[in-house]
Design a protein around this ligand. Structure first.
Ligand code: AMO
Length: 434
């Protein structure tokens, strides 16, 4: 008989036979009756064994099953409004497909709380919890939504190399690797390649792929391997790509709210779709706003300073919703960022959630001489960018783009405390396994 998911059965099927497979979530022996709760990816089902009415052999099997063993149950569906899904299964056959050892490394019912580190050490078991699984079902759904969004907006999906010869975002945060007899690095960003694709005439491209950052940040919002959602678009200015970004964020929230009701309820959260357009403040206005608070921490701020985590936090508190900080000092942004008419200011933006930065982007320099002089001014050697600079010599359109962190998007949308919650097997300074 074909197996079905627990959620594919409902009380109207009473009297029919069904086969379910899954994990033994709980066994409750009440003397005259035993309840076995079976768990699969989609939910729970109650398997009911009244002592007087089931074969002794089945009772014997159930007596010796350990929690979290994998079983197959075939039985008759019966309506029972007290059971999960409104039905129970009266079993004819129970097979143990894989025994689980005990004690278990974690409690998959979540009743016994464990530290995140302990959970990540036994991630296979942690992921069995419905509220943890829900995050990854939503993650998968978000990726679908993004793919559809880009398709509708005329973007072509690209895949760029993750083994590269040069830094893109400045030389500090690279993982060096050995590439035969040469030095190479894990890619920090598809930046240079997505720009080259503008010279290649692809017009609008997107990529979702890992980025590797060797930053020694041990925080709740930094990973050493993250997932970046990147776009690059020709003949668009930075306002154009900001609009695409805010529309994408709103679409993701809307779709998750509409389509992931069960997962949101497993996580016990509600989400509010943010209104668009998002508020835009310039970097200069952000500095003024911070200085106008009576917090002495901000009184010393001067134009050109980085916005620290506590600045971001204070701005988030004051603004209280998604917003853009635009027109950053040119020197605070990477060499490929287009300066404005006043060259101290750049045509750039960060997308902020009240809790943290989600994305950054800009209009790009497409004038070769200016690009070389910016690379120089940043203390980098234009020779090592030869493969990139060549693409600017033979006709390249004006273009703009951005990169959005998938895990930060999930973390802020779902109110997760730690970014590691949004990654199956996170990589951080201390964690390389599993
Ligand atoms: P940036 O370096 O700001 O920009 O990265 C873009 C977004 O990627 C996410 N991100 C991270 N998330 C978790 N852990 C990290 N260590 C990490 N580093 C980055 C953030 C961030 O906002 N090339 C430009 C983008 C562009 O201009 O198109 C870039 O990489 O959410």
């Amino acid at each position: 008989m074909e197996r079905r998911f627990t959620a594919e059965i409902d009380p109207s099927m009473a009297g029919e036979k069904a086969t379910l497979v899954g994990w033994v979530h709980e066994i409750r022996d009440l003397g005259g009756i035993t309840f076995l709760i079976l768990r699969d990816r989609e939910g729970f089902a109650q398997v009911t064994l009244p002592k007087k009415r089931v074969e002794a052999e089945l009772l014997g099997i159930v007596k010796h099953i350990s929690r979290e063993s994998v079983i197959r149950v075939t039985g008759t569906i019966k309506e029972d409004e007290r059971a999960p899904g409104g039905y129970e299964i009266l079993p004819h056959e129970i097979r143990v497909l894989s025994y689980a050892d005990s004690p278990l490394p974690l409690d998959p019912t979540g009743k016994v709380k464990a530290e995140l580190d302990t959970r990540l050490d036994s991630r296979f078991m942690d992921l069995r919890r419905p509220e943890v699984l829900a995050i990854f079902k939503i993650r998968s759904y978000v990726l679908d939504t993004i793919r559809n969004f880009f398709k509708e907006h005329g973007f072509i999906e690209i895949n760029t190399p993750k083994i590269v010869a040069t830094a893109t975002e400045g030389g500090t945060a690279l993982f060096p690797i050995t590439y035969f007899n040469r030095e190479a690095f894990l890619s920090q960003s598809p930046q240079l390649f997505k720009q080259i694709m503008m010279s290649a005439g692809f017009d609008r491209v997107w990529e979702i792929a890992p980025i590797f950052r060797a930053e020694e940040h041990d925080t709740t919002r930094h990973l050493n391997e993250a997932t970046s959602i990147d776009i690059e678009a020709s003949f668009m200015d930075y306002e154009d790509v900001m609009r695409i970004l805010e529309d994408l964020i709103a679409r993701v929230y809307e779709s998750v709210k509409r389509e992931c009701e069960k997962e949101l309820s497993d996580l016990d959260i509600r989400i509010e779709v943010p209104d668009t357009p998002f508020r835009r403040i310039t970097y200069t206005e952000a500095i003024d706003l911070l200085k106008s608070t009576d917090n002495p921490e901000f009184s010393e701020l001067v134009w050109g300073d980085d916005l620290s985590a506590s600045c971001e936090h204070e701005l988030g508190r004051l603004i209280g919703e998604h917003y853009f900080i635009t027109d950053w000092p040119t020197d605070s942004k990477p060499y490929y960022t287009q300066p404005a008419e006043n060259p101290e200011i750049s045509l750039s933006f960060d997308l902020m959630h009240p809790r943290m930065e989600l994305a950054s982007g800009s209009e790009r320099i497409h004038d070769l001489d200016l690009l070389i002089s910016r690379i120089d001014a940043m203390g980098l050697n234009p020779d090592s960018f030869e493969f990139y600079l060549r693409a600017f010599k033979f006709g390249i359109p004006p273009h703009s783009g951005w990169g959005l962190g998938l895990e930060r998007l999930l973390m802020t949308m779902l109110g997760l405390e730690n970014i590691r919650e949004a990654v199956l097997f996170p990589r951080d300074m201390r964690r390389l396994s599993p």
